[in-house]
Design a protein around this ligand. Structure first.
Ligand code: CU
Length: 102
């Protein structure tokens, strides 16, 4: 009985984990840039980022929605950052992780 319960729990975990990784969010792409503005309340940042070859994006200045609220709250204009960006829905990208580069 214990063994069956453990097997069911493991299976449920795998289903939940794969759903959150693969269905809710696309692949994460790494980028680097410089912070221009932070709007922590709105969960947004304006960055000048370098090219992101895995997305075929050139370098540019743009606004991003940020899911990593804790990372966002630590940032200030002028800081160099590394981040991960992932497609949330068709054509809609958001930063999932962001941290200053030391
Ligand atoms: Cu861009």
């Amino acid at each position: 009985m214990k063994r069956i319960t453990a097997t069911i729990a493991a299976f449920a975990f795998l289903v939940l984990a794969s759903g959150s990784i693969h269905a809710a969010e696309g692949e994460a792409h790494k980028g680097q840039g410089t912070v221009n503005r932070v709007d922590a309340n709105a969960g947004k940042i304006n960055l000048t980022h370098g090219p992101i070859p895995s997305l075929k994006w050139p370098g540019m200045t743009m606004d991003f929605a940020v899911k990593d609220k804790q990372g966002l709250a630590k940032l200030k204009a002028g800081q160099k950052v590394e981040f991960k960006v992932a497609e949330q829905s068709k054509g809609q990208y958001a930063i999932t992780e962001i941290a200053p580069v030391n």
